[in-house]
Design a binder for this molecule. Structure first.
Ligand code: SAM
Length: 229
């Protein structure tokens, strides 16, 4: 398996990423985040691993003018810029690795949704680099909204790494099908809470994503919200 599978996978997929059913609830997800944490359209917000920019662009259409969105995939950043032009809004999209964010004490909030880098990288050390980079990018008391894969779901994990491997078929841009081996990291809430605390965050919420419900057995992801200390 290529440990950097996530680079090839998302680059090959391009805008077809938005065919996934889990990308279809963007409007409600953004409304929820605005109601709970992103209350002021003047806030400076960073979208980490933004993909096609679905959350960043939706926020911009709601009058948020200070959105920066980064991703590792040139194809997805290109696609996001195209969509933005069509909607006549402004988002600062940048090609950037979430481990090497060039910001310091700049943002009021960061979002990292649907495994925007965190949880996809080759090992825990690499994933933690994302947390350090996000922490550095936030202002004091800045909010970090993160979703992570839930270990308590019906899937086989490597018991030593809490990672699950899968084979995903994608259609390349030239029309050919290709199988890519993927590997991602799942968490329990207490583990991720501890990890975030070690990276300088105070945890203020742990829920089923975009709700106030408790985390559920069997659900794919959970949401954890931290505040930079
Ligand atoms: C499953 S998608 C999530 C996209 C978006 N956040 C959403 O909710 O639809 C994961 C994204 O993380 C990006 N990614 C993976 N590793 C990254 C890294 N090291 N730095 C920045 N982005 C990364 C991928 O290119 C992909 O766009």
């Amino acid at each position: 398996m290529n440990p950097k599978w996530y680079k090839e996978y998302f680059e090959e997929m391009g805008i077809e990423y938005e065919d996934y059913p889990f990308t279809k609830n963007t409007e409600n997800e953004v409304k929820w985040m605005i109601k709970e944490y992103l209350i002021n359209p003047e806030m400076k917000i960073l979208d980490v691993g933004c993909g096609t920019g679905r959350h960043a662009i939706n926020l911009a259409t709601k009058g948020y003018k200070n959105i920066t969105a980064i991703d590792l995939s040139p194809g997805l950043i290109r696609a996001a810029k195209e969509v933005t032009k069509g909607k006549n809004v402004k988002v600062d999209f940048r090609l950037c690795d979430a481990r090497e964010l060039p910001f310091e004490n700049e943002f009021d909030a960061a979002i990292c949704l649907c495994e925007g880098a965190f949880g996809l990288l080759e090992n825990d050390t690499e994933n933690y680099k994302v947390l350090r980079a996000v922490h550095k990018s936030l202002k004091k008391h800045g909010i970090f909204i993160l979703t992570a894969l839930n270990i308590f779901r019906d899937e086989k994990f490597d018991i030593m790494t809490c990672r699950a491997e899968s084979e995903e078929e994608i259609t390349r841009k030239d029309g050919q099908k290709k199988i890519i081996k993927c590997s991602d990291r799942s968490y329990s809430f207490p583990e991720l809470k501890w990890v975030l605390e070690q990276h300088g965050f105070k945890i203020i919420l742990g829920v089923n994503p975009f709700s106030k419900e408790s985390i559920k057995y069997g659900s794919m992801e959970f949401m954890i919200v931290g505040k930079k200390l």
